[in-house]
Design a protein around this ligand. Structure first.
Ligand SMILES: [Zn+2]
Length: 562
């Protein structure tokens, strides 16, 4: 009996939580915590590494240090976390604050000095432990919407000393959540050609029957051979309508544990393999993420625990089995799905019809080169997760490279040999991906070597050559030429480039570099006169903007200040 109790104690989640200091980190905002995103939540190319905390649809809320420590990193970038602050604490953990509008006056002065020194808005610095100490509850920044943020919020992370993000809720940060997760769909998958589900050798949607107690029954299925399951499931918290991520999923086959997926901690290296975890093809066509509760080859995710036979189950003829899925949220509230399975050896209803289209085999474990006319595509080892037959066609300068339904681990490389092109236009050409319903060309970072253009991409689809001969446009937004701007706080300019996109910008006043913050979402450049670098009365403003193929525009204006 004693032994059994001990086993239970080590197995329960309460024990796991105590390995993280409790109540050490405080809510970084002074408003009630409401989340628009949870830890581990499924995003387009990664698992969400922190909490997205709502900021009442506005910017400028005070952000407090979650505990004492020192600023160990400041990163200002156009994309990603935008303006981000990292604070390392004496207990070895680091807290991260992202999409900030601005830093506190002291930290803002520090980073502006770096920006003026490097003559760049984008900077990344790693102050030592003595430079910028921070007290607990000190105002360190103001919340914003910078970088790849789709609306005002604070992105908050806690990382361990190996840079691995951990679910902040394991540190005792509390959120109101009285509802258990809900399930919107369940699917069965055959593992191989020999497996059948309801007579089919393909992904099969299962009929969900919600029960009054919050659990779900699934209409009985027939099956034979090796199969697995996938679900779409979310958790709603009390104070927000957002569909957030769940914390833990476990599966059981006839009472025995089959697989566990645990969203407690991961490393940034593995985060991209979310493409292998979700049903990528389904997501690309239906915009809904099925979490596959089985482990296919080349899936290195450490979120999986206790996998028996990689989460697959084997169904024998004339057997009655039950597969159960338990989904938990961060409060430990749980939802069950019961799937009764009747073993039945059937013959395949209809053989999958393979269109006579020409397909090219690309291997996952060795390199493959596809070539047609002047276009070559190179796949190196481990570019794909699995061998795949892909659609490869070339018509003049357009490359049809399958469709975006197969996930890729690494870039493949497209090379265009331009020997047959006239020299005069060569430098304005770039490789573009045609995307969306309207096949809009979008710039893919293109390198040129002599008469060969190359680009790497992780997305199957249609590529072509595009030409950009039009320089970016630069328009003043809040001022006019030859005016007095003494009372102005900001100088705002709109910069845009139609085709290849903006590559760089540089603004000077009377020949001296000035900081202009670029926001790609609003196409604006903004200078803050409070930087106090413009001290003359008569000022000549000059802004040079260059696009990705090297077309450049210059804007000049004169303004006065006293
Ligand atoms: Zn976030």
């Amino acid at each position: 009996m004693k032994k059994f109790m001990l086993f239970l104690f080590f197995g329960c989640s309460g024990f796991a939580q105590s390995e993280y200091p409790q109540d050490y980190f405080k809510n970084p905002l002074d408003i009630t915590l409401v989340l628009s995103g949870t830890f581990g939540e499924l995003r387009s190319s990664h698992f969400h590494a922190g909490l997205d905390i709502k900021t009442q649809q506005r910017e400028g809320l005070k952000v407090y240090s979650a505990a004492e420590g020192y600023v160990s990193r400041i990163k200002i970038s156009h994309f990603g976390y935008g303006k981000a602050l990292y604070i390392t604490h004496p207990n070895g953990y680091t807290t991260v604050y992202g999409h900030l509008q601005r830093l506190s006056d002291r930290l803002e002065a520090y980073i502006k000095e770096c920006q003026y020194d490097k003559e760049s808005f984008e900077v990344e610095v790693f102050p030592n432990s003595e430079e910028l100490p921070v007290k607990s509850n000190e105002i360190i920044a103001f919340s914003g919407n910078t970088g790849g943020s789709g609306g005002p919020h604070l992105h908050f992370e806690i990382r361990d000393n190996q840079e691995r993000p951990i679910n902040p809720m394991l540190f005792g940060i509390d959120i109101k959540d009285s509802r258990a997760p809900f399930v919107s769909a369940v699917y069965a998958y055959p593992k191989d050609d020999a497996a059948l589900i309801n007579g089919k050798n393909e992904r099969v949607p299962l009929r969900l029957i919600p029960q009054t107690n919050g659990s779900y029954e699934v209409e009985k299925i027939t099956a034979s051979g090796n199969i697995g399951f996938g679900i779409t499931s979310y958790d709603k918290q009390d104070l927000a309508p957002n569909n957030n991520g769940v914390s833990n999923i476990q599966t059981f086959f006839n009472g025995n544990k089959s697989l566990e997926v645990d969203f407690k901690r991961f490393s940034f290296d593995e985060s991209k393999h979310i493409k292998r975890y979700i049903d990528y093809g389904y997501f690309k066509s239906k915009r809904s993420r099925i979490q596959k509760l089985f482990i296919e080859k080349n899936n290195p995710l450490t979120l999986f625990k206790d996998a028996y036979d990689n989460g697959y189950i084997h169904i024998e003829d004339s057997t009655a089995s039950v597969f159960k899925i338990r989904i938990r949220d961060y409060k430990g509230k749980e939802t069950w799905v019961n799937i009764p399975i009747a073993g039945k050896n059937e013959t395949l209803e209809s053989l999958p019809y393979d269109a006579m289209q020409e397909k090219s085999l690309v291997y996952s474990n060795r390199s493959t080169t596809l070539k047609s006319n002047n276009i070559t595509v190179n796949f190196f080892e481990n570019t794909l997760y699995d061998d795949a037959l892909i659609d490869f066609r070339v018509s003049s300068d357009t490359l049809h490279l399958h469709e975006d339904s197969i996930p890729l681990q690494k870039n493949f490389y497209i090379n265009y040999d331009l020997s047959h092109y006239k020299d005069e236009h060569l430098d304005k050409l770039f490789i573009a991906r045609l995307y969306g319903y309207y096949k809009k060309p979008s710039y893919v970072y293109t390198k040129r070597k002599g008469k060969v253009l190359s680009a790497g991409s992780k997305i199957f689809g249609t590529y072509t050559l595009a030409m950009d001969t039009v320089a970016p446009s630069i328009k003043p937004l809040n001022f006019q030429d030859k005016k007095w701007l003494s009372k102005y706080r900001y100088l705002k300019v709109k910069i845009e480039d139609e085709l290849s996109g903006i590559s760089k910008y540089r603004a000077t006043v009377n020949g001296k570099w000035i900081l202009m913050e670029y926001d790609y979402k609003t196409n604006t450049l903004v200078h803050d006169f409070n930087d106090n670098v413009i001290k003359d009365t008569k000022n000549e403003l000059k802004i040079i903007v260059t696009d990705n193929v090297g077309n450049s525009s210059t804007f000049e204006a004169i303004f006065f200040r006293k």
